[in-house]
Design a protein around this ligand. Structure first.
Ligand SMILES: [Zn+2]
Length: 164
């Protein structure tokens, strides 16, 4: 049987994003995509630390990108279930930095729709809290007042795994 090499080449190319969800652009920063978020990270060590700190067990995420993705997505699933809010086609950008320096240890900016977290400070609760802000802001228009959001987001991070 004769194999059309061009077709094989394009098939491999088409499958690339699934095999390597790391995209590298001109800069040093890269993106790692899950079902619910697109994580912009500076280097692989920082991204590995992030998955370790939100998931509790260290593993080489490059060996198991499915596990890495599910660590972020299952937290976001929990956030939506606790709130009972499921914004359509929910997707949020996560800006990951290696080290915390000043200001809040995490944040969500509803104007830019970006969650900011630091790999040396983030926990599952911290991540859930900021994602909860994103879920609430996408669910309600206009966005609820900050105080009302805090009541809900703090409830989410305190009870993240209560009925899990
Ligand atoms: Zn908050």
């Amino acid at each position: 049987m004769k194999i059309n090499l061009n077709l094989v080449f394009y098939a491999v190319l088409a499958a690339m994003p699934a095999i390597f969800p790391f995209s590298s652009s001109a800069g040093e920063e890269r993106d790692f995509d899950t079902s619910y978020c697109s994580i912009t990270y500076p280097d692989t060590k920082t991204l590995g630390d992030f998955f370790f700190r939100i998931g509790g067990r260290r593993f080489n995420f490059e060996d198991d990108t499915a596990l890495a993705r599910s660590r972020a997505d299952r937290i976001i699933d929990r956030v939506m279930a606790i709130l009972g809010m499921y914004p359509k086609n929910f997707k949020v950008r996560v800006r990951l930095y290696s080290e915390y320096s000043l200001g809040s240890i995490a944040s969500y900016d509803s104007k830019t729709d970006v969650v900011t977290v630091y790999a040396n400070k983030v926990t599952d609760g911290v991540f859930a809290h900021e994602v909860a802000h994103a879920v609430i802001c996408k669910y309600f228009h206009p966005n609820p007042p900050g105080k009302a959001q805090e009541i809900l987001t703090q409830y989410v991070d305190k009870h993240l795994w209560d009925d899990y």
